[in-house]
Design a binder for this molecule. Sequence first.
Ligand code: SF4
Length: 412
Amino acid sequence: MKDFKELSIDFSKGDSIPASFDGAIDRILSKVLVGIEVSEQDGVTLFNANQHDIQKVFFVADKLRKQTNGDAVTFVVNRNINFTNICYMGCKFCGFAKKLNQEGAELLSIAEIVLRAQEAWDRGATEVCIQGGLHPKISGDIYRNIILGIKKVLPDIHIHAFSPFEVWFGASKKKMTYLNFLRDLKDCGLGSMPGTAAEILDVDIRKMLTKNKLSTEQWIEIIRTAHFLKIPTTATIMYGHIDSSVHWAMHLVKLREIQKETGGFTELVPLSFVHKESPLYKENTKYVRQGPTLDEIKRMHAIARIMLSGWINNIQVSWTKLGPKIAQEMLSLGVNDLGGTLMNESISRSAGSQFGQEITAAEMVKIIRHAGRIPVQRNTIYEISETFDRCDPEELAPLVPRNGTNPLEFIN
Ligand code: SF4
């Protein structure tokens, strides 16, 4: 058998892997290369490829990325504002939520949220990403009040806010349909929504993770409604806990089907399960995994690129979950987006991730340069604000750790 590295594939001519490549993986990749969609079953086969075949999968994922996105690697300058960590939903995987009087519980005032947004804007952020727990005592109006408060002071900042779980919660508090609730948020100035709380879109898995409080059907209905209202959303998958490759392929196909219908997803963000502080792991250490392995992380990003090809063309790696070094590695496995600079993110850190503070725009540029790619600053909906097409030698200098805690020291 020929080494996959010897293959010279010209997508513009519709080239495919030679017929002498006759294993199951090769047959699937041959179809991918002529634009045939990967079925759920074929997706499972790709996820379970052996160590030899998976190299071909990675190769094809990288080719598809190059064909679709070129050498650009995008990022957005933004700030995460987690406005409350008080939540009673009891999701088993969550290490972020606190009870009302628990130490460290907080609910930011609207004034504090606006102040943080202002600080972000002053530092060049184009977006604030706002999410919080489902605080039992807050009014359903808090969501519109946050948007109105920020927009009054910063009319041009993009507000990327509120997961489908928060929309479910706010709409039920206000006794409104999802349609009317989201329409009101859009009228207030909501720009887009994170497609978080998807976890794995499977009833049995969701029952174990979240007691199915937000069902698969409800998540899809809220996302579809947002897209109907022209509110774009991201798409996510949280993997590496009690799930398997069967669930991953099924989840990606579900996202693809929604995208065919609505076109409203901007990107897919695979999110690794962080086990350390999660009750799911603490209570079931025998049965629950400690997050995905590095091998699975690579497979997820590459196969997401392949399965979503032509439908969701931005695959983002989450450096808050993986750290910048592994995030950088994913850039050669189908990934074209490094996400946001974030300024201070607390969800991943609360769950036990050592990352999730901030990468500055200059550090993003360096990470991308060191991977041999072209840094491009974008806004939330992937409009380009700056292409760093002329490399300043300074950008190739080693990254300098900050305050002795910055994970960037692992990159050189
Ligand atoms: S994941 Fe969200 S909804 Fe679930 S417990 Fe944590 S904060 Fe609450």
